[in-house]
Design a protein. Sequence first.
Length: 234
Amino acid sequence: MNQRLLLVIVSSILGLLAAGAYTARIQNLHNEISELTERVEVVTTNRNLPAGISLQASDLRIEPRLEKELSARTISAEELDLILGQRVFHPVPSGEVLLWTDLSEGPRLRKPSEKIPDDFRAIALPADETHTLVHFISPGDDVDIVWTDFADKVSKIESKLIAEKVRVLGVGQKLEEWSRPQMGEEYPMSVTLLVSQKTGITILKASQTGEIHFLARGSVLFPENTSGILPPRE
C-alpha cells in the first residue's frame, strides 16, 4: 500500500477517535451541568422520625435533590414553615425526602397576613404611576415617603421626608417579587407597605392632608463600569 495513503488513513482514524473523545467529554460536561442546574431544595429528615411525632425545625434539614427523582408530593424548602408542628403519620427514616403523605394533615393554606412580622402593620395606599411608582417597584423593595402639604397655598410649598426605607409588602394583589398579577387585575389598584404602627398613622394623616410620593431606593449594586452613567453624588 502506498505510504502516503497509509498516512492519510491513520490520520483519519486518529482524527475520528479524537473527535469521538471530544464529543464524549462535551456530553459528560453537559450531563454534569444539567445535573447541577436541575436540582431543587427540598425538606428531608435530620433523624429517624417515629410515628406521631410533632415536627420541629431540628428534625428537618434542607437538601438539594435531582428534580427528576422527586415526587409531586415532595415538600419544597419554601414550604418548611407550613409543616412545623404537624404530626408524622408513620415512621420516616433519617435522610429521607419528606412527603405530604407522610403527615397526618395536608398542606396548610398560606395567608397574606402571615407576611406581617410581630410589631409591624400593613397599610394600603391608592396606586398611581406618579405618586407610588406602581410599575417600577415590586414586593420586597424599599421606598422613602415624601409628604407635600397643600393646605396653605399662599405660602411656599415645601416637601418633607416622613418615612425612610419602608418595605413594599405588595403591589395590587401581587405579594411575591416574581409572581404574576392575579387574573382580572390589569392595573394594580393599591400598594401595601410594611410599617410600624406609629409610621402607619403618620403616613395615613399625611395622605389626608396633602400628597405623598414614593422615592424608590436601589435594590441591587450598580456595576463599577457605570460610573460615567450615574449622576454625581450631591
